[in-house]
Design a protein around this ligand. Structure first.
Ligand code: FMN
Length: 151
């Protein structure tokens, strides 16, 4: 039996794409050693992450992630035992969603990446997150005031 935790959180400051990519690369490297697999989406303001593996490894990692000052407002989406891995091919797949991806093609890309995840609830949660980021981007573009307070 493996353990899986899925959560969403808010970046405490604007991370650059390079910082976010660096975070994901380090996470991937260290997860490999712990046999932890998962998926991390980041829309520039919010994270959504699934981590799965041996219970102790996931709980230890979750404690470290919780203590990380780069994010707060951590909301657990699901947490518990699972029969098998759903993200088994990725030590930590990372995808930047939203900004700069203002076409429906980008949503399809996220959906394509999710296609291997057999759990419909889990898939819907990640696609919903990506869709929200996409809608945010649209309304930011339509509303110049909102765009200016983002900077
Ligand atoms: C959104 C987010 C996701 C993270 N995901 C992971 C992860 O999957 N694996 C990991 O080792 N570190 C991850 N980290 C980094 C950890 O919080 C922590 O910085 C890292 O494990 C090093 O911990 P340590 O300084 O206590 O050794 C993540 C951080 C954030 C902000």
């Amino acid at each position: 039996m493996i353990h899986r935790t899925v959560y969403m959180s808010r970046a405490t400051r604007l991370l650059t794409d390079i910082e976010a990519q660096d975070l994901a690369d380090r996470a991937s490297e260290s997860n490999k050693a712990l046999s932890v697999t998962g998926l991390l989406l980041f829309d520039g303001r919010r994270f959504m992450q699934a981590i799965e593996g041996e219970k102790a490894a996931v709980q230890d990692l979750m404690a470290r992630i919780r203590a990380d000052p780069r994010h707060d407002m951590i909301a657990i989406v699901s947490d518990g035992p699972a029969a098998r891995r759903k993200f088994g091919i990725w030590s930590m797949s990372y995808k930047r969603v939203g900004e700069g991806c203002c076409t429906t093609g980008y949503l399809n890309q996220v959906k394509t990446q999710m296609v291997d995840i057999p759990d419909l609830d889990l898939r819907a949660a990640f696609i919903g997150f990506a869709k929200l980021a996409y809608n945010d981007t649209l309304s930011d573009q339509e509303n110049p005031e909102k765009t200016s307070d983002k900077r």
